[in-house]
Write a protein that binds this ligand. Sequence first.
Ligand code: BG6
Length: 499
Amino acid sequence: MSSLAFSRKNNHKGLSHLDLPTQLDPMTFILFGASGDLAKRKIFPALYNLFINEKFPKTFRVIGLGRSEMSTSTFQKHVIESIKKFSRESRNDNVDIKDFLQAFSYISFDAKKSSDYISLLDTVKDLEARLGIPENRMFYLSVAPELINDISSNIKNSGLGHTKGWKRLIIEKPFGYTLDSARQLNEQLTKSFLEHEIFRIDHYLGKPMVQNLEALKFANPIIRALWNNQHVANIQITASETVGVEERAGYYDQAGAVRDMLQNHLLQLLMMTTMNLPENSTPEVIKFEKIRIMESLRLLEKEEVKSHVIRGQYLSGEIAGERVIGYRDEPGVETLSHNDTFIAARIWIDNEVWKGVPFYIRTGKRMKEKCTKIVIEFKNNGSLQLPNCMVISINPTESISLKLNMKNPFNGVIEPVKVNYYNNQQTVPEAYELLLFDALKGDSTFFAHWREVELSWQWVQTVLEAFEENKAPLYFYQSGTVGPIESNYLVEDDGFKWW
Ligand code: BG6
């Protein structure tokens, strides 16, 4: 159970989710894209960690589907390799891994061929009958977006989606390319699955510190009391990366930082930071409150985009002592690409709690450091040197620090000091582990509801159109820096600076 879900039901005692015993329904896990990179890096290790921590159904089967021809034993070898390389925990006794692996099988599969779904249904039914699994089916789509329509309609038409138990669909981003295409995709999906059966993954929602945000407010009335426009001067959300486009130019040169990070991860962080929950909120209340935040987002006119959104693209430079090439020289990127690898935006939430507080969000590739953090800057009374501020670090370290002003006993000068909490536990659960566990329980708290996604696209759509119509300049920044200087002006114009 997630820490938030726990805090809701258990009076905020704050135990971590791994402490909680849970009986999970027997199920068949059907993984589309089983020979892909995400399965290898994230999904198999997450399933394994849940399994060894007894956070998995007693009876289960995993059917891996992929285009490549592969025997089940070769597939199982891939799964072992992935676990050895990427799992956060390992057990030396081979018994565990054998028990785990014997539940895995592989079918070479053409996602566009309806007859493949019919034989898949036979296999699934056969397993269910043999193992006594009451037709609970988890479909995980780790595939290219263009296959999603085919897969979801074939799940329905083949009968795979008609179960006596539950059926759930886990789907990866990108969820659409524009507002319209996201709507079309959703319409298509909802022909085969109900909204409560769709689990849209945003892995930022699985990060333990993000899941902690609400508990932080609930468990600390002092913080809760300050979390509003009377006390907060501005909030800054940063997700900077040192990596470049890597081998993903085909996707990234079309998506850019807006679609890749802002439309989903950053706006989800914004919702998680600002939603205002009553005590004992259910997942439905949480979704409702997140949606209310998105409904209060001030939409931009196309002509306003250039004053509120800064887009940038990295040039060559140096990161950690190494030379790196510019974006346009990356393999697969168009020579004169106008794609954004950096975005900073000023956002306003026009509701009672946040009216008048600017939210600055930024993300970029090939920046100075890898860092995901939320900074809450409190209002200054004018006489202090530096405002109080709370920094919630999400990645790569998890910490919370509070900046206070104290008198230096030696010279009597008021100086800023930092009060720190660091999470130095070696093995905090991975985002995918927490999210898959929730999906197995049917708890959709940390998944994106369709309306959240739609409203995020709605805000982003104007920005995309302004970019396409060149209504906002593209600024360049050297790799290894904090992005284009123009993003500083965005914050400085309001009398603040980036933390
Ligand atoms: C992914 C993006 O969703 O998030 C990547 O597609 C990005 O481009 C990644 O690198 C960042 O995730 P994290 O967890 O490393 O901050």
